[in-house]
Each structure stands twice: as C-alpha cells, then as structure tokens.
Ligand binder design. Structure first.
Ligand code: ZN
Length: 82
C-alpha cells in the first residue's frame, strides 16, 4: 500500500513521494527532501497553482502552526517553479 498525504492547498491526496514536505527545523521553515526530518510536517503538491495558493493563504504556516513568513516560503518554492 502506498502511503498518501494531503496537499495543504488543494486538499487532494497524493503518494507521499510526489509531494513537497515542509517542516520547521530550529524555528525555520525548510523543505524536507529526505522525508526523515522529525517534527510536524505538512505537504504541498507540485502544481504551480497550489504553490501560489499556499503562499497567498499561508496554508503551510497555518498547518504547521507557526507565524507566517511569506518570503521564506517564496524563496523555498522558487526552486520548484519554472
Ligand atoms: Zn495541491
């Protein structure tokens, strides 16, 4: 069985490996490329639409229950957007 996780923007379930996992590490938002960083994580799919939505609505920060830092998220996602 493939484990799935929900994208915080479109609320669709995807196989874990297709999603970008965010986690707070030492108070900073990071992308967990290994999927092994401990702590509360949240997931975002790779649709540009979802990335934009997540930035606009602070979905990632809300899900992680931390204060929103839009620029930090934009910077992280810039590697994923064309
Ligand atoms: Zn999505």
């Amino acid at each position: 069985m493939i484990s799935t996780r929900m994208c915080v923007a479109c609320k669709t379930n995807y196989p874990k490996g297709e999603l970008i996992r965010f986690v707070i590490q030492d108070g900073t938002l990071v992308i967990d490329l290994t999927g092994k960083i401990e702590g509360r994580g949240c997931y975002l799919c790779r649709k540009k639409e979802c990335m934009n939505k997540a930035i606009k609505r602070n979905s990632v920060f809300r899900s992680l229950k931390v204060a929103p830092k839009k620029e930090a998220l934009e910077k992280l996602l810039s590697d994923y957007v064309d």
